[in-house]
Write a protein that binds this ligand. Structure first.
Ligand code: PEP
Length: 256
């Protein structure tokens, strides 16, 4: 094994299990969910030593989640998006520095739902990732092909183009994370085959090198997590639906 490959294996020995709560739940539900996650994880502390856990609540619930996590430093908080601008006249947006101030250490950028709902381009995603890095947040940069693109045989080239357009400058790659999320697998119950995941993650690894963590996202559940997380170059998961139930979120950690 090369020195670089060994370094990578050691660095990513702990899988990152990241929950994207999306726009779900009121404040009481957020408090209950984080309390259940804390209780479940801190009751099995060995899980906290083998995985890193991250929750990305809706923006308005971050303060409550932060409050609930006082004394539980092994669970991190992330935002679901940040502005590509530093501050100023951008009504409704939130800056990376505000997320940092609110207790976040990560932020998801370029999720396919934002690329679709808000027509976010690769260059906007890149600007968001750069804002995140400038404010000491680790950006989780999402890429993934649609079903049409996969069926046309274009999955690898589509993801490569997204990466090339969305990644910050190479000198800044030390703190970035990539999430490969086939759009057709998000929230649908359909999961990419293990061969397709292996092929795509190897392709992404060849582009970003050994030091960048690569997550898989798309209908990951406790019962499929073990085999997905065992695929080469899968360094963790970005989990939507299953992160809304503490038992499933923790179950994915156990599977890892
Ligand atoms: C996601 O939205 O990032 C995601 C992977 O969702 P789900 O797990 O519900 O497919």
């Amino acid at each position: 094994m090369s020195v670089l490959a060994k370094e990578q294996e050691e660095a990513f020995m702990k899988k990152l299990i990241a929950g994207n709560w999306k726009m779900n739940g009121d404040i009481d539900e957020a408090r209950t969910l984080i309390a259940d996650i804390v209780n479940g994880l801190y009751a099995r502390e060995e899980l906290l030593d083998t995985c890193k856990f991250l929750v990305c609540p809706p923006l308005l619930h971050i303060a409550s989640v932060r409050h609930a996590l006082v004394g539980y430093p092994k669970i991190s908080i992330g935002g679901q998006d940040c502005s590509e601008s530093e501050n100023g006249a951008h009504t409704g947006d939130v800056s990376a520095s505000m997320l940092l101030d609110a207790g976040c250490t990560y932020v998801i950028v370029g999720h396919s739902e934002r690329r679709t709902d808000h027509k976010e381009s690769d260059s906007q995603v890149k600007a968001k990732a750069q804002q995140a890095l400038a404010n000491d947040l680790k950006p989780i940069i999402c890429v993934g092909e649609t079903l049409e693109q996969r069926e046309a045989g274009d999955a690898l080239s589509v993801v490569e183009a997204q990466l090339k357009g969305s990644l910050p400058d190479e000198g800044q790659w030390g703190e970035i994370i990539i999430a490969y999320e086939p759009v057709w697998a998000i929230g649908t119950g359909k999961v990419a085959s293990l061969d397709d995941i292996a092929e795509m993650h190897a392709h992404i690894r060849a582009i970003v090198g050994a030091r960048v963590r690569i997550l898989y996202g798309g209908s990951m559940k406790p019962d499929n997590a073990k085999e997905i997380l065992a695929v080469a170059n899968v360094d963790g998961g970005l989990i939507g639906g299953a992160s809304l139930k503490a038992v499933d979120f923790i179950g994915i950690g156990r599977a890892a």
